[in-house]
Design a protein around this ligand. Sequence first.
Ligand SMILES: *Cc1c(COP(=O)(O)O)cnc(C)c1O
Length: 309
Amino acid sequence: MDTGAADVQTILAEWLLVQKVSLDVLRLDKVHHVVSGNKLFKLKYYLQEAKEQHKESIITFGGAWSNHIVATAYASKEAGFKSIGIIRGEKPPVLSDTLFKAMEFGMQLIYVSREVYKVLKRDPEDITKLTEFKQLGLSDLHKCYFIAEGGYGITGTKGAAEIGHTNNLSAYTHIIAAVGTGTMLAGLIRSALHTHKIIGISSMKGNLGLRDEVLQLLPTEIANHNNFDLIHEYHFGGFGKHPVQLTDFINEVYRDHHLPLDIVYTSKTFFAIKDLVGKGYFAEGSKLLMVHSGGLQGNSSLPLKVLAF
Ligand SMILES: *Cc1c(COP(=O)(O)O)cnc(C)c1O
């Protein structure tokens, strides 16, 4: 993976001008056309650790449209591992594009009910009890390396911190990013300057345990700076929900700025920025950076023609 600096796009709009605030977008979505930007960063050190431990297979968890699943399939293949995806829910009659691509990257998929999924998330090694797993012939669990759903964990945070290390963020006052598990945000916090304010826009509804989950990923001295905020008001109905208001907004942003956004994460974040700027949330002279964390592959869950790109 290329960890050079990503493109930065400056957004020119009246809603920014009137508040005397600037906005740049760090285009991690351009890092790879299928695999979303932040996932490759988060996976880097998990895969390195798996190599060091002489593992042969990577096992991880996700839903049918998971950016993490497809990214893990791709990155595992690149690094010479077999990969296994435990997919939440019954096998759909028509495979999602995400699952199809994951299979193209060589991932073997095992579908489990939501109940079993919950159990496996807690006790991943119970996977050996599944018939489908036995059929894969990976009898030796010691050769398997588990990555949590969404790549949550300190090792993921270390990789995400490289977003901040490989791009020069010193000119900005605020770094704003979408939040799922909080791993990327913790990485951004780790790599930020004390003077930065880091703002996470949660894609989920009422995920109020998030702050603690982010804090758990941070060394105490960094956690103590307390220079981050989580905002929970822009979930648009919840994770995976994308009302017409949101898809219309995505089309509007694409029309005005040629900036493609995804329906799960980055569209909610861009909407939040616009709304907060309009409400005077940021002081005059603030220099905002939005991290475009990718995820565009998930847009193919929409019917054709809903989006203009
Ligand atoms: C996974 C993902 C996120 C959330 O990352 P976390 O580290 O889980 O908070 C944000 N944006 C996109 C596009 C993603 O795919």
